[in-house]
Design a protein around this ligand. Structure first.
Ligand code: MSP
Length: 528
């Protein structure tokens, strides 16, 4: 439990379409949000971490028809797969919302009602270009730019005419521009913000928010032929999960203070909806805006765009093979350090995965923890030695050095720089390794007169490894748990900065030998 009055931190993932099964993209976004949520909890924040599934829309209806099942049955089946992701990868979400949940549906209708009353939603006729695969409308300019082909599926865009309800997005041009001007951090990273600013300059047009050519969706209040456009339905999940559309509800009572979100993490392909349409909808409803929309880039696989036909598709089965061979922490560590959190895509390759695991987790962290605890076992009877404070050689001012790395690691995570945060922790471990090599306690231990010095060295090694592990706990919770157990460290305290203060390890503590990361054969996971 976070302390009373702990600062709140709300983090969301996109809600995932149930017309397909989960793959690396979904697992990635969810895992990095999980890492961030865990880290914030370790800092003592009161975290609300939301994820879920997006279950309405034409795509789901069509997939269900093709399979000969009802859309709800298809949604139930694939939603269960997404829920399985949460338990398979030990995701600590606080809520898993489904857009077919009646509590969501009634709130969405209440919001649309309010928008109609305020005049922000009106009935009009639409003519334009529609990407059926993405369920997204394009303006003439955008359609021309993509040569009338879907940038995602490559299929031709459809010319569409429809009587629809519209959201008066055009009325929010000035306010959205001011939002961006006043909050340079509203969309991150910078490259993505610039993309939005470029498109904003073209001018905002009203967007249709209802459809009439299928039925699998939430009905527009008092308009039986219309269902609410799936994107509008989906965006509202972020606030219906907190009960904002129903102030009488239990959800509202216990959760409304978690809005606005601290950060809404998405993939770059759904930026426009989150960076422009979403804040405009919230403005129209007089609700606070999220502090930041963070759009990460994409995983490609073995150097190419993932595709089932190329045989490089990384679905749940493949990810499971990695987890079975290398462990859950290995996958999380790879996501955190090598993932496309910035503006460029990352390549998921078996070779790179194996190398990262072996270099960082086996040879560095695992080796250092095992070396340190083995020496404490051998030379100090398995008990944490005392540090007399005398110079032990090696030229490191440990308290100062670890203090600086801890500050860097915490500050990097605050910017969602997962690799930077992890890197600062690993720098501590690398320093310990060099320190052991420089001071050679295993040689000094042969001379009984050097016992104090050996104790000083080993205390410093163990304490530094402990601090690094505290910083890495959100990324590699299983290994951190193992080390806590073997080194009798007790559970994490909920005040990470304090836990990382030099001197937290008490002399006399029982330190058992640990083997955190086993060495794995190169071809542990078969290709494609
Ligand atoms: N349902 C919409 C989102 C509505 S949010 C109000 C949707 N769903 S989706 O199932 O297609 O999931 C898209 C998300 O999955 C991306 O935004 C991203 O988070 C993740 N990824 C999908 N493919 C990906 C990669 N190849 N690489 C990394 N993440 C990507 O869009």
């Amino acid at each position: 439990m976070p302390p009373m009055n702990a600062p709140r931190h709300t983090i969301t993932t996109p809600i995932y379409y149930v017309n397909d099964r989960p793959h690396i993209g979904h697992v990635y976004t969810t895992t990095i949000c999980d890492i961030w949520s865990r880290f914030e909890r370790l800092l003592g924040k009161d975290v609300f971490f939301l994820t879920g599934t997006d279950e309405h829309g034409q795509k789901v209806e069509q997939s269900a028809v093709a399979r000969g099942v009802s859309p709800q049955a298809l949604a139930d089946e694939n939603c269960a797969e997404f829920r399985r992701v949460m338990s398979l990868f030990d995701i600590t979400n606080d809520e898993f919302i489904r857009t077919t949940d009646p509590r969501h549906e009634s709130q969405v209708q209440a919001f649309v009602d309010r928008l109609m009353d305020s005049g922000d939603v009106y009935l009009g006729t639409f003519e334009g270009w529609y990407d059926a695969g993405q369920e997204e409308y394009y303006t003439e300019t955008k359609a021309r730019e993509v040569e009338y082909l879907s940038p995602i599926s490559g299929k031709p865009l459809d010319r569409a005419t429809e009587e629809n309800y519209y959201f008066r997005l055009s009325a929010y041009q000035d306010r959205v521009e001011s939002l961006f001007a006043a909050n340079p951090e509203f969309v991150r990273p910078e490259a993505r913000r610039n993309e939005v600013l470029g498109r904003l300059r073209e001018g905002l047009q009203d967007v249709p928010i209802s459809r009439t050519n299928f039925t699998w969706g939430i009905g527009v209040p008092d308009a039986p032929d219309h269902v609410i456009y799936v994107w509008i339905d989906a965006l509202f999940n972020y606030i219906t999960a907190l009960g904002l559309g129903d102030p009488e509800s239990a959800w509202f009572q216990s959760r409304h203070e978690y809005w606005p979100a601290t950060v809404q993490v998405i993939g770059k392909e759904i930026l426009w909806f989150h960076a422009v349409i979403w804040p405009a909808l919230l403005m129209a409803l007089d609700l606070p805006l999220p502090k930041c929309v963070y759009a990460h880039s994409f995983w490609i696989s073995e150097g190419q765009k993932m595709s089932k036909s190329l045989g490089n598709f990384i679905g749940l089965e493949q990810l499971n093979q990695y987890v079975e061979a290398y462990g859950q922490d290995a996958l999380r560590y790879f996501f955190a350090t090598q993932g496309p959190v910035g503006a460029t895509d990352s390549d998921f390759s078996r070779r790179q995965f194996h190398e990262t695991y072996t270099t960082d987790l086996v040879n560095t962290l695992g080796n250092c923890a095992s070396r340190t605890s083995a020496m404490i076992g051998k030379y100090c009877e398995g008990q944490c030695p005392t540090d007399s404070g005398a110079c032990a050689g090696g030229g490191v001012e440990w308290s100062q050095f670890t203090g600086a790395q801890v500050a860097t690691s915490i500050e990097a995570m605050d910017r969602f720089d997962l690799a930077g945060s992890t890197g600062a922790a690993m720098a501590i471990v690398r320093r310990v390794d060099a320190f052991i090599n420089d001071t050679a306690p295993f040689k000094l231990a042969k001379d009984p007169e050097q016992a104090e010095r050996v104790g000083n060295i080993l205390y410093r090694c163990a304490e530094a490894v402990r601090i690094a592990t505290c910083l890495l706990e959100a990324v590699i919770p299983q290994a951190a748990g193992q080390l806590r157990e073997a080194w009798s460290l007790g559970p994490a305290s909920g005040d990470l900065a304090d836990a990382c203060r030099w001197g937290g390890l008490h002399p006399g503590t029982s330190i058992k030998k640990v083997a955190l990361f086993p060495r794995i054969e190169t071809d542990a996971v078969p290709a494609g």
